[in-house]
Each structure stands twice: as structure tokens, then as C-alpha cells.
Design a binder for this molecule. Structure first.
Ligand code: NAP
Length: 296
């Protein structure tokens, strides 16, 4: 391998995210070869200073760090599986395609069995933030592999956190963080539908939405303490009281003719815990209700 190959990156997959990753490498003056199934996207990157490869194997052979950003892990195994084993010698494959933790472990095992030096990651920011010092990418898997490349990983995102040797961890944190994000967005939209149904603009409601959302970080702190401690004191908040508030949300939603699935889900969860005799416990008790599995 030549010196220039050692300092090079290959990017496989040029959807919106793969293209953003390739551009960040180019902006940092890293020699970058790109490949994409639809070759036109690779040709587009040439205008940004990339070298386009018509075959994935040629891209892999051009670099020591191969960043893979494809639709999902099935596609990743399909594309990487079509490469001669020798092409992986002396190279690290960094898979930044999203998956579940189980799927991430499966792909890591699959790669290791083929002798591929492999690291997996989860991108926690949208494409415009790639390359930004504020951006976060989570990594998991072999720590020595992470440490070998961490300098270049910070080109992609200023914060590069290695979560542990289990290759499923990055995807696990990813789904956990995304759940919080999507639940927050969905609940804002439901609340916005409720207020607009009664003549209040979303923009007028917004400062109050932000004010209650600002309580969440400290609330998470005490919930996490209860979850890890396994005790659910109702000294500050009683689940029976909170159930009444959840009833009010569900009723208001019904009254203005909205889809009430979200408030009903929250109300029913709390209702089951109260029915089971936990009305004097705090809201954190619901983690045990959730742990009981699917309600039938
Ligand atoms: N976009 C974001 O904001 C964001 C944020 C975090 C994480 N991610 C993750 O990043 C990954 C890539 O996302 P993306 O936004 O760039 O777009 P995407 O639509 O998820 O992925 C598109 C890429 O996958 C390729 N692809 C799909 N099926 C293929 C196949 N059978 N064989 C070969 N290549 C195939 C596409 O090639 P063609 O161009 O030929 O179709 C394209 O390069 C995903 O796992 C996504 O979840 C994205």
C-alpha cells in the first residue's frame, strides 16, 4: 500500500448521507474515492474533487478506510459480500448504515468471519451537520480499530464516542435516542393539532411547548435514577394523579375529533399500573409495566 492509499478514504453509497460524508472528507483535503450503485451519483461527486470508481472493489482497494453508508445492512452484506477477500487486507471497513442492534451484531460477526477489520457506527445528526464540530456519531466494536482511525472519524463529526466492544451498542443508543426524538415530535404535532382545533396557532403555543420540553432533561435524570435503582417513589408525583392528566389529554383529543391513539396509549399504560395497585408510586413505575411486554 502506498502512502497516499494510507491517507485515503473510500465512501460506498452516495445517498444524501453518503454524499455528505464524502463531501466532509473532501473538505478536509482527504483523498476520497466514491462508489455508488447508480453511477451518476458518483460522477456528480467528481465535481467536488472525488475520484469515482465504477466498481465497489476498486473503491475499496483505493483506500485504507472504507466508509459504507448504504440503505440497510442487508444491502451492506450484499455489496461487501461481492468483493474478493484479499481486497480487505490492510483496510478497515466502517459501516455507518442504520440498523437494529441485533442486525448490527449480525453484520459485525459476518464481517469478522470474512477476516474484515470492521467497526460500526450510528450517525446521530442530519446531513447538513456532517463535518460540523457539533455533530455526533456513535461507534461500537473493536476499540483498537476505533482508536486507530479516530482522528479521521472526527472529520465526519466533531464528537466520535466509542460506546463499547459490543458492536450492537451504537445501534442500541441510536434507536433509544431516536425513540425520544420521534415521540417528542409526534406529541408536539398532536398537541399542535389540539390547540389549532380550538383556534390557537401552533406558533402562539410554541413558547409554552418549549417551556415544558425544557423540563425533560432533569426529569430524565430522576427517571434514570429510579430505573437503575428499581424504586419508584411517589413522594413528588403520584401515578394516580398523572392518570387524571392523561385522561384529560385523551378526552380533549376525542372532543376535537383527532386521532387519539397517542394519548390513549399513554393513558392505558398508566391505567394498567394504577389498576395493578401502583397508584401511589411515581411515574417511573411505568418502566415495570413496559417490561411486562405487549399488552393483549
Ligand atoms: N439521511 C440522513 O439524514 C441519515 C441520518 C442518519 C443515518 N442515516 C443512515 O444512512 C444510511 C444511508 O442513508 P441515505 O440518507 O444516504 O439514503 P438511503 O436511501 O437510506 O440509502 C441510499 C443508498 O443506498 C444504496 N442502495 C440501496 N439499495 C441498494 C442495493 N440493493 N444495492 C446497492 N446499493 C443500494 C443507494 O444506491 P442508489 O443511489 O443506486 O439507489 C444509495 O447509495 C441509511 O442507513 C440511513 O438510515 C441517514
Amino acid at each position: 500500500m502506498t502512502q497516499s492509499q494510507r491517507a485515503s478514504v473510500a465512501v460506498l453509497g452516495l445517498g444524501p448521507m453518503g454524499a455528505a460524508l464524502a463531501r466532509a472528507c473532501l473538505d478536509a483535503d482527504v483523498s476520497t474515492t466514491v462508489w455508488n450503485r447508480s453511477l451518476a451519483r458518483a460522477d456528480d461527486m467528481v465535481g467536488h474533487g472525488a475520484t469515482a470508481a465504477s466498481q465497489a472493489q476498486a473503491a475499496i482497494e483505493s483506500a485504507d478506510l472504507v466508509v459504507v453508508c448504504l440503505r440497510d445492512h442487508t444491502v451492506v452484506r450484499e455489496v461487501l459480500g461481492g468483493i474478493e477477500a484479499a481486497a480487505y487486507t490492510g483496510r478497515t471497513v466502517l459501516n455507518l448504515s442504520s440498523s437494529t442492534p441485533h442486525e448490527a451484531r449480525r453484520t459485525a460477526k459476518w464481517a469478522t468471519e470474512r477476516g474484515i477489520t470492521y467497526l460500526t457506527g450510528a450517525i446521530m445528526v442530519p446531513t447538513p451537520l456532517i463535518g460540523d464540530p457539533s455533530a455526533l456519531i456513535l461507534y461500537s466494536g473493536d476499540r483498537t480499530v476505533f482508536e486507530r482511525h479516530v482522528g479521521r472519524l472526527r472529520i465526519l463529526a466533531g464528537t466520535a464516542d466509542h460506546l463499547g466492544e459490543d458492536p450492537g451498542l451504537a445501534a442500541l443508543y441510536d434507536v433509544g435516542m431516536l425513540e425520544i426524538f420521534f415521540a417528542g415530535m409526534t406529541s408536539f404535532l398532536h398537541a399542535a393539532a389540539m390547540v389549532t382545533a380550538q383556534g390557537v396557532d401552533a406558533a402562539t403555543f410554541l413558547p409554552y411547548a418549549r417551556q415544558i420540553a425544557a423540563l425533560l432533561p432533569d426529569t430524565f435524570l430522576s427517571l434514570a435514577r429510579d430505573v437503575d435503582g428499581g424504586s419508584y417513589s411517589g413522594d413528588e408525583d403520584r401515578l394516580a394523579m398523572e392518570l387524571t392528566a392523561l385522561e384529560h389529554i385523551a378526552h380533549t383529543s376525542d372532543e376535537v375529533g383527532l386521532d387519539s391513539a397517542l394519548p390513549r396509549l399513554m393513558r392505558d399504560l398508566a391505567g394498567r399500573a394504577v389498576d395493578a395497585g401502583h397508584g401511589d408510586d411515581g411515574f417511573s413505575r411505568l418502566v415495570e409495566t413496559l417490561r411486562q411486554g405487549q399488552h393483549r
